[in-house]
Design a binder for this molecule. Structure first.
Ligand SMILES: Nc1ncnc2c1ncn2[C@@H]1O[C@H](COP(=O)(O)OP(=O)(O)O)[C@@H](O)[C@H]1O
Ligand SMILES: [Mg+2]
Length: 308
């Protein structure tokens, strides 16, 4: 048994001590930006869940074996946990994100194992698989994707959150139904704290809104930052050829406009591009859409024209 498998077994034993009886578990081979171990678990008499184990070992613990966890180490472990705390806090506030299942009276637990520190928690499993593009999408399918993601952005925005990391790997898909996950770098717009340092880009470069490349300390975050990646993903869905072009090309609206026309110059395709996609992809955040309501109603109009 490998190291990670032993770690997972250890956590499962600890969960049993908390009266969480796990009847089966399967580690998911999924990409994780922050080295999360993701395990699908079945809990006796309950639905399936996802167990996440995050390595939060501070540097000082790596230097030499630790005798006891003193206050300094404890503080550093907390520091390493900030991103996960952020994710947990965001899911508490945003009902569209997977909700956590308590472990005893807590939402998460720590484990010191083999001179390393781990944080683990259990969240609802989103049915389906990580969003992977199929060969082609119709205009109607692209509109349906947009409607669903916009609804997620609406819910987060109503709860004062901006997700900031909308990418295909943070979207789950189940037969044309889409679900957003991973509030790891989400931002509460009412609260001054920001887990990402200013000046450093956050999230996956290809899908980042331009303003995320030059974050300033007093940045005014709005739902408009979450609209940009929808424009990129919709483009990759509708024009398969753009899935492999360099980041700088897909982020160039002139190139995208040209490719959109080459792919489909029908009235409907042009309407969707002009009225919606071009606005989602506007370099200037304030010009994307004034409100989510406005965006929803514009999309509704386009949809009526397309279905007619
Ligand atoms: N609640 C969930 N239900 C189903 N699969 C999930 C869930 N959370 C995560 N995953 C899978 O695990 C992967 C990594 O999880 P994520 O929370 O996005 O970690 P990271 O912060 O490292 O990106 C996701 O891309 C997805 O495939
Ligand atoms: Mg992720």
């Amino acid at each position: 048994m490998g190291y990670i498998d032993s770690l997972v077994q250890k956590v499962i034993t600890l969960l049993k001590n908390n009266n969480i009886d796990i009847t089966s578990s399967k580690r998911l081979r999924v990409p994780s930006g922050q080295g999360k171990t993701v395990v699908c678990i079945s809990i006796k008499d309950e639905k399936d869940y996802i167990l996440k184990i995050v390595d939060v070992t501070p540097e000082i613990m790596k230097e030499e074996p630790i005798e006891e966890i003193n206050e300094e180490i404890r503080n550093q472990i907390m520091y390493m946990s900030i991103r996960t705390f952020n994710e947990i806090e965001m899911s508490k506030k945003c009902p569209n994100l997977p909700q956590l299942r308590n472990i005893g009276n807590h939402l998460f637990q720590y484990l010191i194992y083999d001179n390393s520190a781990y944080l683990y928690y259990i969240e609802e499993k989103v049915e389906g698989t990580m969003f992977r593009y199929k060969d082609t999408y119709t205009i109607t399918e692209v509109i349906s994707f947009l409607e669903q993601l916009i609804d997620n952005i609406r819910i987060m925005s109503e709860n004062d959150y901006v997700h900031r990391d909308i990418t295909p790997s943070n979207i789950m898909e189940n037969n044309g139904k889409y679900f957003l996950i991973d509030g790891g770098i989400g931002k509460n717009i009412k609260d001054g704290l920001d887990i990402t340092k200013t000046g450093t880009p956050i999230g996956k470069a290809r899908y980042l809104a331009p303003e995320q490349e030059r974050v300033t300390a007093n940045m005014n975050w709005t739902f408009q930052t979450d609209l940009y990646p929808l424009g990129i993903i919709a483009t990759e869905m509708f024009i398969p050829k753009t899935r492999n072009i360099p980041d700088k090309d897909i982020r160039d609206i002139q190139i995208v406009a040209k490719k959109w026309l080459e792919k489909d110059n029908s009235y409907e395709a042009q309407l969707l591009f002009k009225k919606i996609i071009a606005n989602l992809l506007n370099e200037i955040k304030a010009l994307r859409f004034n409100s989510i309501t406005e965006l929803i109603s514009e999309l509704e109009k386009v949809k009526k024209e397309v279905i007619k």
